[in-house]
Design a protein around this ligand. Structure first.
Ligand SMILES: Cc1cc2nc3c(=O)[nH]c(=O)nc-3n(C[C@H](O)[C@H](O)[C@H](O)COP(=O)(O)OP(=O)(O)OC[C@H]3O[C@@H](n4cnc5c(N)ncnc54)[C@H](O)[C@@H]3O)c2cc1C
Length: 452
């Protein structure tokens, strides 16, 4: 392939991570993947599997030395079967997540993995990063949706277990190793995934509160009262809503004024009594008691889209200011409000005037605590501060016994922060596992762990 043709594969979705590949291969079936991997082994060529390249930790892009072969799964994108009665779909790794979701819906079922990049990311990528997204609070992360996998191992053998069994306790559950492995243990070529009955009712609300603490209290109340009906609970601050409405065309605040904090809440059910009537009286009671300051239940598909665009628009809105700190941390849910308060103070001390935009899947304790440059500082002047702020925030995460990466993984970008924190026993087991499965160290070298 010419450089022009490989450019798309050499750079990630953000444009922040750019490398130079030896070449790009696009196999059409599992045997071709196995043949390429065997060739890599015989010729000592490192290989990196690539999906939609929307991962945010520099794991799927090649290193800069021109030695790594990119194995793109994009031509392996067929959906082999969808069986709502058995609750399983079998799909090739290169299938784009949104395409799988649409095909499953056509069959009257539902695949609950929902993430902002679903128009580009692939099933193999979501499994290899154990992706999360907005519906984790009800359906779990990618791991809990995988029933079976087909994987090409670094020695070219094929691990085959695509039975869509809901229960199977025969020996070690080996497929778990490949989920979230970021391509370091093999190449996922197909998966059997769990599908659900399609909810017949889904209500989306945009609720305003006086503070982050009140939003968290609201989460606990709704979880108590609506239980498993909550399918999403996202926190955003008034400052982020204001920014998105100012910078993103066509996105508007559905409420007449700005409040300190907001929750986007989705409640859904398959059958059962009407949710809307219950929600209306439930929210009215919260408004009366003062736990809520204002709120709206979407009345049309357009209003639902506008509410979710407020959330998804944050990514574009932040990027407009040039380089910024993007984090993906988690703490216990009970610590989220305190973490945001302390983190905001910390950033203010390190770079006065920096803009803090924490938002995220607060029902799982997962926050994107992002930091934008002060308006009077240029992007290049802000750049050196990014690592300093990130390091300080990660230390704060440690104080809450949290995670420096709740969704995006380690890749290359978070490698040294991971290394500094991983427990020695866990590190030893991970290294041994990697060495047993990939003794030549040719599969995604340098991702998660530095090259030894
Ligand atoms: C706008 C935006 C929103 C996002 N929102 C979320 C979110 O809500 N939740 C979340 O968890 N993530 C989110 N992400 C991160 C990203 O989309 C996910 O990590 C996604 O799962 C990556 O899929 P991909 O196909 O793009 O993988 P890639 O970026 O191509 O690869 C990611 C990793 O998986 C490996 N890999 C890819 N395919 C395979 C395969 N077939 N076999 C083995 N290894 C493979 C790669 O080598 C790399 O290590 C978001 C990203 C963006 C840009």
């Amino acid at each position: 392939m010419s450089l022009e043709l490989t450019a798309k594969y050499d750079q990630d979705w953000t444009g922040d991570h750019v490398g130079r590949s030896l070449a790009v291969v696009r196999p059409r079936n599992v045997e071709e993947v196995a043949a390429v991997v065997r060739w890599c082994g015989a010729n000592n060529v490192p290989a990196v599997p690539q999906g939609g390249n929307t991962g945010l930790v520099a794991a799927a892009t090649p290193s800069g030395d021109g030695r790594e072969l990119i194995i793109s799964l994009e031509l392996m994108n067929s959906i082999r079967s969808i069986d709502p009665a058995d609750g399983v779909a079998v799909v090739e790794a290169g299938c784009v997540l949104a395409d799988l979701k649409a095909a499953v819906e056509e069959k009257g079922a539902f695949f609950p993995l929902s993430i902002g990049s679903q128009g580009s990311c692939q099933i193999g990528g979501t499994i290899s990063t154990n992706a999360g997204g907005i519906n984790v609070v009800r359906y779990g992360m990618a791991r809990s949706l995988v029933m079976g996998l087909e994987v090409v191992l670094p020695d070219g053998r094929i691990f085959r277990d695509l039975r869509g069994l809901h229960k199977n306790n025969t020996g070690y559950d080996l497929k778990q190793m490949f989920i979230g492995a970021e391509g370091t243990l093999g190449i996922v070529t197909a998966a059997a995934v769990k599908i659900q009955p399609k909810p017949s009712q889904c209500e989306t609300m945009f609720l305003a509160t006086a503070s982050i603490e009140d939003t968290i209290r609201l989460f606990h109340r709704i979880r108590q009262d609506a239980g498993d009906l909550i399918s999403a609970f996202e926190l955003m601050l008034g400052t982020s809503i204001q920014r998105v409405c100012e910078t993103e065309q066509g996105i508007r605040n559905p409420l007449p004024q700005l409040y300190p904090a907001y929750a986007i809440v989705e409640v859904s059910a398959t059958g059962g009594p009407p949710l809307r009537a219950w929600l209306e009286s439930y929210l009215a009671q919260h408004l009366e008691e003062g736990q809520l300051l204002d709120g709206v239940i979407a009345e049309s598909g357009e209003q639902v889209a506008n509410i979710w665009n407020l959330r998804e628009g944050i990514v574009e809105s932040q990027a407009r200011l040039g380089v910024y700190l993007r984090t993906d941390v988690s703490t216990p849910i009970s610590a989220v409000a305190d973490f945001i308060a302390k983190g905001t103070e910390l950033v203010g001390r390190l770079v006065p005037g920096a803009q803090v935009h924490p938002y995220g899947h607060v029902g799982d304790g997962n926050l994107h605590f992002n930091v934008l440059r002060p308006l009077d500082m240029t992007p290049s002047d802000f750049q050196p501060h990014i690592h300093r702020i990130e390091a300080a925030l990660f230390e704060l995460v440690d104080k809450y016994d949290g995670s420096i990466s709740a969704e995006h993984g380690i890749g290359i970008a978070k490698r040294s922060a991971f290394r500094a924190r991983v427990d020695s026993v866990q590190r030893d087991l991970m290294t041994k596992l990697k060495n047993v499965i990939d003794p030549q160290g040719l599969m995604s070298p340098g991702r998660i762990f530095s090259k030894e």
